[in-house]
Design a protein around this ligand. Structure first.
Ligand code: PLP
Length: 388
């Protein structure tokens, strides 16, 4: 029996592990549980991408170690993708790093740029893996509240000057998990000005980059002037192409940050299976119809859920992007007591907002990753509780 290192013991507790245990108990009791709490895309990877993997997997050359820092053809496909989708020019050699999923890059970044005690600015509520990365780098977190009245964007005027001076990294994420908010190019320009002034590296998590509603395409951080001087964007195949199990993503932007990521990864891994890289390149280069269809699917589920909840009297707002809705909890509940209540009485799972940070209190997160019938059924079960 070996004791865990202080580093491991100091990591933030995984809040949602306790939720998984609670759900497991209700399922074990034989109840029909509707799980709207997770973030795992329910649709399969499009066929043409799976086919590309099968063909590529048969190439003996790909059974050897892949080149360090990834295949050239994938880096070139990423360059083509960013130019086509966002009008952004990238250098395949210096401005692209291949990652084992977005999560790996997000967790690696603080180790690349921060020394112990340095500050990272982190959105609250936010994706919990930002905290893990900062802790692993022995950094210090300063939370930027995302408030409804500011459309869930951080208010930079509220950050202390001394904090800005010590901050090395700032995480942003739009379309946002968990709030479903999106950001404008003007907001990114304001961010770039602040980052330049205080020498902060902006890490924009664009995991939901493909998923914007009402015809509004999410803006890439790199579309804003000067973005590459101050930061990077992290993209993943997990959500755009339903490839969450494939573990592949990439970072694009500032050369020194890309070099740091590549250097850290040189010490940790070789590279992703080349057949996966080839299929990923196919995903980026071939028809994007599958992406349009996916966004339409989420948009129609969003209507089913949000219209249904409004009809039963719950005052909710539709997300602008991502596949999550961020719903205010009724009076008299905390996010956790309300999630427990829905699980026990309606067998509906939602994620308590407090799991995403202090400012997530007062909300629950609901995923659009279940088909219409189940979403309608969830609304009916909540209606029967006569909460509203
Ligand atoms: N960023 C956000 C905001 C996410 O919600 C997720 C996944 O849920 C990720 C990053 C990581 O995605 P992956 O590691 O699958 O690329």
């Amino acid at each position: 029996h070996f004791e865990q290192s202080q580093l491991l013991q100091g990591l933030p507790k995984q809040f949602f592990a306790s939720l998984v245990a609670k759900v497991g108990k209700v399922v074990a009791e034989g109840h029909d549980v509707i799980n709207l709490g997770q973030g795992n895309p329910d649709q399969p990877t499009p066929d043409h991408i799976v086919e590309a993997l099968k063909v590529a997997a048969e190439k003996p050359a790909y059974h050897k170690y892949s080149p360090f820092r990834g295949q050239q053809f994938l880096k070139e496909a990423i360059v083509t993708f960013y130019k086509r989708e966002y009008g952004v020019d990238l250098d395949a050699e210096k401005e692209v790093a291949i990652l084992f999923g977005g999560k790996a890059g997000l967790v690696e970044i603080p180790q690349c740029l921060m020394n112990p005690g340095d500050i990272a600015l982190v959105p609250d509520p936010g994706y919990p893996d930002y905290w893990s990365g900062v802790e692993l780098a022995r950094g210090v977190m300063e939370y930027m509240p995302l408030l409804a009245e500011n459309e869930f964007l951080p208010d930079y005027s509220q950050i202390d000057k001394s904090v800005l001076e010590q901050a090395k990294v700032m995480f942003l994420n739009y379309p946002n998990n968990p709030t479903g908010a999106t950001a404008s190019k003007e907001f990114f320009e304001e961010t770039i000005e602040l980052a330049n002034k205080h020498e902060i590296c902006v890490v924009h998590d664009f995991a939901y980059g493909a998923i914007g509603f009402e015809g509004k395409r999410p803006v890439s951080f790199l579309e804003a002037d000067g973005a590459k001087d101050v930061g990077i964007e992290i993209y993943t195949f997990s959500k755009t192409y339903n490839m969450a199990g494939w573990r592949i993503g990439f970072a694009v932007g500032n050369q020194s940050v890309i070099e740091a990521l590549n250097l850290l990864q040189d010490h940790m891994y070789v590279s992703i299976f080349s057949a996966v890289q080839e299929a990923a390149a196919v995903a980026l280069l071939e028809s994007q119809q599958c992406v349009d269809e996916l966004v339409s699917l989420y948009e129609s589920r969003r209507s089913t859920l949000i219209d249904g909840l409004k009809e039963i009297g719950w005052d909710v707002t539709a997300p602008k992007g991502s596949f999550f809705a961020w719903l205010p909890v009724p009076k008299g509940y905390t996010s956790e007591s309300f999630a427990d209540y829905l699980l026990e009485k309606a067998h509906v799972v939602v994620a308590p907002g407090v799991g995403f940070g202090e400012y997530g209190e007062g909300y629950v997160r609901v995923g659009l990753l279940t088909d219409h019938d189940r979403l309608k059924e969830a609304v009916e079960r909540i209606k029967a509780l006569q909460l509203f």
